[in-house]
Write a protein that binds this ligand. Sequence first.
Ligand code: BES
Ligand code: MN
Ligand code: ZN
Length: 498
Amino acid sequence: MDISVKNQELTNALCNALVIGVFEDDKTLTQSQKKLDSSLGGLISDYIIKKEGFKGKFADSEIVPTYLKIPSDKIMLVGLGKKKEFTNTKLVELSAKVIKQLDKTLNVKNVCFELLGVQSGNFDTQKCAQAISEGILIATYDFDKYKSKKSNSQIKKVKITTDNTKDEKLAKAGVNCAKIICSAMDFTKDLINEPAQNATPEAISEIAKNLGTDLGLEFSVYNKKQLQQMNFNTFLAVGQGSAHEPKFIHLAYKPTKKAKKKIVLIGKGITFDSGGLDIKPANSMLTMKTDMSGCATVLGIIQAIAALKPDVEVHALSALCENMPSGTSYKQGDIITAKNGKTIEVDNTDAEGRLTLADVLTYADELEADEIIDIATLTGACIVALGQNITGIMGNNPDTIKKIIQKGKECGEALWELPIFDDMQDMLKSDVADMRNTGSRFAGASVAGRFLQNFTKSKNWVHLDIAGTAFIDKPYRELNKGATGVLIRTLTNHIMSM
Ligand code: BES
Ligand code: MN
Ligand code: ZN
C-alpha cells in the first residue's frame, strides 16, 4: 500500500473515492468541504441535512455519487462522532474501518483522504496524517505467506490531501512516522505468526543478526556452551528438552550524540511452549508458537528506534529456546541455581518464561541502565484478569508505570497496573531451595511479577504481561485477529519522549 501526501483542492482530487468527515454535534462544513459542496450543487449538504440515517455518528458512512462533476468517482462521507471525543486514537480506528469498507466496495483502487477531523482542534496536522496512515497500514496487514491465494488489498494508492505547503510538510512527516511504526509492527506480527517449525531459536537469532546488520546495530549471539560459562542456568534448564539449541541475543542501538538515557528491553523468547513435562492440554497448546511475542516485540521496537534515531541508548535482549518434554527435559523437583546465585525448585515446568527471564534480568543489571522493561506472554492469569485487549503492567517504580500507561492511552493501547506486594514472596516458598517457580492458583500474574523481581537490582524495572494482548482471536478496533504488534506504538513513543 502506497500512502503519500498531496497538496490539492478536494475538488481536484483524482481518485475512485474521496473520504471526508463531519461531526455528529457540529455539521458545519470546513472551507474545503464547502467548495466541494458547491461544485456538486450542494449535494453534500443535502445528504447531511436530508438523508435519513446519516447522523454523523462515529464510523457511520454514506457513499455520495459525484456524477462526474469532479475528478473523484464518489465521495465517502464518514461520521466522526462527538467533537470532544475525537482523538487521534479514534482516528486510527476510523481510518482502519474506512479502508476495510472501501476495499470491500468494488473498483476502489485509488483513495484520497482529507485531513479527517483536524478541525476538532484535538490534534495537529502531523498527528492527523500519522493516525490516518496507521489505521490504514494496520488494518491491511495480513499473514498470507503460506496461502496459495493471496488476499491482496485492491487499494493500491492512498493520498492524504492538504491545502497549503506548511500542512503538506507536516502531513508528510506524520505519514513517515506511521510507516516506520507500522513496518516495525508488520515485522513483529510476521515473526509471531510464523510457525514454530520455522521460527526456531537459531532462525530468530539469524533474523536478529540480519536486522542488526541492515540497521547498523551492535549484535551478539551466545550459544549453549557460552551460556554455560555465563551461568545462564535457569534459561538453559528450560531449553534442555528441545532438539533446538538455545540462543541468547543482544542488540544495541547507540546514538551518535551522547545518550540522554539508557534503556534495556527484554523479550520472552519461548519459540514453542508445550508446557514441558507439565504438558499443556491440546487446546492450550494451539497458539504456543506465539510465546516468543516478547522477543518479536523488542526486535520491532529497536527497528523503529534505529529509524527514528533518538538520543537514547536502547538494548534489546532475548533468551530464545523451546519448552519441550523429552528424555533430557528439566523435571519437577529439579533445583537450579540462577545466574545471580539464588536457587529455584522447579514446581511446574510450564512456568518456564519467568525462569528464562530471570537470568536475562541479572545480565541486564550489568548494563547499568536507567530503565529495564521486560515484555512477556507470561501468564494465563493475566488474561483471566484483564482479557485480550489490556496489557498487564507492574514493577517497582510507580512513576515509570504511570508514564507508560499514559503513553499507551495516547497510542490507543490499554494497560492496567497489577500490584506486586513484597509478601507475595511467601507464596513462592520452597522447603528445599530459596524459592520455587510457582505459587498457588491465586494472583498468578502478580506472583509471576514478584518472582521476576528477585532477579533484578534495578530500581526502575517494569514488567509487561502481554499473554492476552499479543495474539487475539477476535478483531479489535484497528487490529485484525492474530498477532497484534502490541506495545510497539506505546514503547517506541515512550522512548522517543525520554
Ligand atoms: N506461555 C504461557 C502463558 C500464556 C498462556 C501465554 C496463554 C499466552 C496464552 C506460560 O508459560 C504459562 O504456561 N504459564 C502458566 C503458569 C502456571 C504454570 C503457573 C499459566 O499461566 O498457566
Ligand atoms: Mn508455559
Ligand atoms: Zn510460556
